[in-house]
Design a protein around this ligand. Structure first.
Ligand code: MG
Length: 282
């Protein structure tokens, strides 16, 4: 099942769909967090209103995450190499354990909404296409063999990053948390639609040019380890989004580094979920 947050007559509604074309409005849930807390729906309710996906505005599936989005840094081998080449001080060194950090998200925009450019503050705007894992129920001390039971579904996160802020402050929080730096979407696909852990094609295009092309099967620290490790020390509340890291091919890894500019169109795609498309504000 695919779950959407959509705008209908200026009201945010959640909707379910089997094909991504016809959406069925789920009026009984006030938002996606309520739908997740209820465990989603297994079938389309018979009396649900039908709308065409092309005639409504798709928002981020979780426009206002209840807490920061949790993130993995340097979680694909080839991306580790390109990041270290860009800044050995910021991205180099031994990493026996995964890098965890978070993104503050006041409001996550959906597909087709702009990414702010912050001209004057940001001189190195970059994209990171990532598989987002959505936690389905409060998770604490989850055993590795039980991790799958705690996953509601998957989405696409663009972990937009200001490289100059990320390296200047020697801490990633600010450079990844500017307003508009967490586009998500176009929907959440329920976990039962994928093998576990999912091994899906993940790609990113800028103005149609393929920049990232990998598989979510290539994570250095996989979903089982991420959730087992984090939940050993913190409760992962239902509705938490974990951005699992980005493959090689970001702008800072290009030779020479090439960053986003106003008007650029970034398309993040994960097989089985769809395309998250955002244009950098002019
Ligand atoms: Mg990232």
């Amino acid at each position: 099942m695919r779950f959407y947050t959509v705008l209908i007559n200026s009201e945010e509604k959640v909707a379910a769909s089997l094909d991504g074309k016809t959406l069925y409005v789920l009026d009984e849930f006030k938002d996606m967090n309520a739908l997740i807390a209820a465990g989603g729906v297994q079938a389309i309710p018979k009396d649900a209103r039908k709308v065409n996906a092309e005639t409504v505005k798709l928002l981020s599936p979780i426009p206002r995450p209840q807490q920061d989005v949790l993130c993995l840094g340097i979680n694909y081998t080839a991306h580790a190499e390109e990041a270290e080449r860009f800044s050995k001080e910021s991205f180099g060194g031994e990493r026996p354990y995964p890098i965890f950090f978070s993104k503050r998200v006041c409001y996550s925009q959906g597909t087709d909404a702009p990414i702010p450019a912050y001209t004057g503050l940001v001189d190195s705007l970059d994209y990171e296409c990532e598989l987002g894992v959505v936690i389905g129920k409060d998770a604490k001390n989850v055993k590795r063999e039980d991790v799958q039971d705690y996953i509601f579904g998957y989405t696409i996160v663009n972990d937009v990053s200001a490289r100059n802020l990320q390296t200047r402050h020697k801490q990633w929080y600010f450079g990844k948390s500017l307003d508009g730096f967490t586009p998500m979407g176009p929907c959440i696909v329920s976990a039962d639609e994928f093998a576990f852990p999912p091994k899906q094609m993940i790609a990113c295009r800028v103005n149609g040019e393929v920049r990232q092309d990998s598989s979510t099967g290539n994570l250095i620290t996989g979903i089982v380890d991420i959730i087992a490790m984090l939940s050993e020390g913190m409760t992962l509340k239902a509705g938490t989004v974990i951005a699992t890291g980005t493959p090689a091919g970001v702008g800072m890894g290009m030779k020479p580094p090439t960053f986003l500019k106003p008007g650029d169109v970034v398309e993040c795609e994960i097989e089985g979920i769809g395309v998250l498309r955002n244009c950098v504000e002019e």
